[in-house]
Design a protein around this ligand. Structure first.
Ligand code: SF4
Length: 123
């Protein structure tokens, strides 16, 4: 009887200790904040927020970030005569803003930026 109880106790102890490790691991994974994930997107959001307001994507949804990526948006145009600043879809910054915006997606854009939807201003 003593051996049987000891064996049962050992079994229960093993179950609780391995279950505790599992639950502890799951808690650690789930308690991680969004900005603590190691993805490039979060890095960009954090770095943009600290260094450059026109690169600050902290309030921009992942879907909007994907949209700007799918349009090939770059913060510096490779085509000297076409950039966001002379694009028909560009929204210039208001007096209290440092960065412009684009009609096609949310978030700040550089006046020197560019994407595949660049459209000439017609008057
Ligand atoms: S459409 Fe492209 S080039 Fe034009 S403002 Fe938007 S991001 Fe810039």
């Amino acid at each position: 009887m003593g051996i049987k109880n000891n064996s049962r106790r050992n079994f229960i102890n093993k179950c609780f200790s391995s279950g505790g490790l599992f639950i502890g691991g799951m808690l650690l994974i789930n308690c991680r904040g969004k900005n603590e994930s190691p993805g490039d997107e979060s890095e960009t959001k954090i770095q943009g927020n600290l260094k450059d307001p026109c690169n600050d994507l902290t309030d921009v949804s992942d879907g909007e970030i994907k949209k700007r990526e799918s349009l090939g948006y770059v913060k510096q145009s490779a085509v000297p005569i076409s950039s966001c600043g002379n694009c028909a879809l560009y929204i210039p910054p208001k007096s209290n803003e440092k960065c412009g915006r684009c009609i096609l997606f949310k978030g700040p854009v550089y006046v020197e930026g560019h994407c595949i939807q660049w459209a000439a201003i017609t008057t």
